[in-house]
Design a protein around this ligand. Structure first.
Ligand code: FAD
Length: 419
């Protein structure tokens, strides 16, 4: 009998418990699994995933999928290959008796479209007795080939193997408050600097008036991040304007590239709403429209390129006037036309601070990957200890990548433990 302790009853920890049970049935090897969870119930963050729908995975080929993990793609590849999205779907469908559905961009959800279904299925599969709640782990100690796990109340539990799955630093009220990294550090691991990934961005108070005026409006654009006087990163996708600034898929992806000290590095995000046209082509296109219908309202004319409310804001910005509804195409001189075409190609929003990690979907940074065996997720520093999930320096793009990472990691750990 192998005794396995899983610290953290979040997505990865619960997946690991399921997979250990599954592989124990497959191999005939006896295993006793206990999940030690800090809060009063397991899976709090899992319930919030996918806006309550839980985007479990993304049904893409592993060679494509791996690129969604940025610098960690090569680290993730063996685990992704060992337990790929098709195997994940099959596991949920056949073993957990949970139907799934594929939606836009290969995203996989439970057919119920409820994250509570995923949690219920996992809890039923592993059994309530597997989970110990209100166990706040403060230490992990090696003792004569075994691993002691000690809680803040000084309760000690001893295991043959321990899996650390204590999550990242975002959404701290779910239990993942970054204390995982302190424990890993105490055990000798190096922590790569933590910052927000998949996060909304607050813009400077000066630029907030515009985003606030069109809060709720979404538009497709190229989004580029600038600081230290040069372009640092670029994405393409939907951008959502909010009361505080910018959100939406294109911003989520860009957010991980924003350094913590952006406030002192003259940083901004710039949008190109017409990425398929050069600057001079946009100017010529505007000129042609003005000549064609001089009595057309300017907000409608610019509205041919972007949503009406954004068009109005661009003209306000270009004219410095609060009411632009009575400006006509024929009133547009060369400098106004240039100002409008510049806004369509280079609309800038400045930032005074980095995105807030508390409200990010994911944490960038964490346990240094060179200290982890990518074939098994075993710590190279501490015998008998494995690390999985958001604790590791792995963050994926949105679309089910982060849960898939935890699942694949949980699988290779379970395989390794059960030989
Ligand atoms: C709002 C939101 C929506 C998301 N939607 C998606 C989505 O649709 N698809 C997707 O792929 N990803 C999504 N993610 C990301 C995904 O939820 C995480 O990547 C995933 O939950 C990480 O799993 P984990 O097990 O590593 O950490 P967590 O799920 O955060 O679990 C960690 C657990 O460890 C416990 N813990 C912490 N410290 C201790 C301790 N000292 N002792 C004992 N227990 C401890 C915590 O209480 C927690 O229960 C979303 C994230 C958020 C915030």
């Amino acid at each position: 009998m192998i005794k396995v302790g899983i610290i953290g009853g979040g997505a990865s920890g619960l997946f690991a418990a399921c997979l250990l049970k599954y592989l124990s049935k497959q191999t005939g090897k006896d295993v006793e699994v206990i999940v030690l969870e800090k809060t009063d119930f397991a899976g709090k963050k899992l319930l919030l995933t996918g806006h309550g729908r839980c985007n479990i995975t993304n049904n893409k080929d592993v060679r494509i999928l791996k690129d969604g993990y940025h610098e960690a793609g090569n680290f993730m590849y063996p685990a992704l290959k060992a337990f790929d999205p098709k195997m994940v779907i099959d596991f949920f469908e056949s073993e957990m008796q949970m139907s799934t559905v594929e939606q836009e961009n290969n995203r996989i959800f439970p057919a119920s479209e409820k994250s509570s279904t995923v949690l219920e299925k996992m809890l039923n599969y592993i059994g309530a007795e597997t989970i110990v709640t209100s166990f706040d782990c403060k230490d992990v100690v090696l003792r004569q080939g075994q691993v002691d796990v000690i809680s803040k109340n000084n309760e000690t539990r001893t295991f043959d193997k321990v899996i650390l799955a204590m999550g990242g630093k975002s959404y701290p009220h779910t239990g993942s408050d970054g204390s995982s990294y302190k424990l890993a550090q105490k055990l000798g691991h190096t922590i790569e600097p933590l910052r927000a990934s998949l996060a909304s961005v607050d813009v400077s108070s000066k630029d907030r008036e515009l985003t606030s005026n069109i809060s709720g409006v979404s538009v497709e654009a190229d989004a580029s991040l600038f600081y230290d006087r040069r372009k640092q990163a670029k994405t393409h996708g939907d951008v959502l304007f909010t009361h505080r600034g910018l959100s939406g898929p294109a911003i989520y992806e860009l957010s991980r590239e924003i350094p913590l000290d952006i406030g002192s590095r003259d940083g901004w995000i710039e949008f190109d709403f017409l990425p398929n046209c050069r600057d001079e082509e946009v100017d010529l296109s505007l000129l042609a429209k003005i000549d064609e219908k001089p009595n057309r309202k300017l907000i409608n004319l610019t509205g041919d390129y972007v949503p009406a409310s954004l068009s109005q804001e661009i003209i306000k910005l270009s004219t410095n006037k609060a009411d632009v509804t009575q400006i006509y195409a024929k009133d547009t001189d060369k400098s106004l036309r240039k100002a409008i075409s510049t806004s369509l190609k280079h609309l800038k929003f400045h930032m005074e601070s980095a995105p807030n990690i508390d409200t990010a979907y994911c944490t960038r940074g964490g346990v240094r990957l060179s200290e982890i065996d990518k074939e098994t997720m075993a710590s190279k520093l501490i015998d008998g200890v494995y690390i999985i999930g958001e604790m590791l320096d792995v963050d994926g793009i949105s679309g089910g990548y982060n849960l898939q990472a935890g699942l694949s990691e949980a699988y290779v750990v379970s395989k390794n433990i059960l030989g």
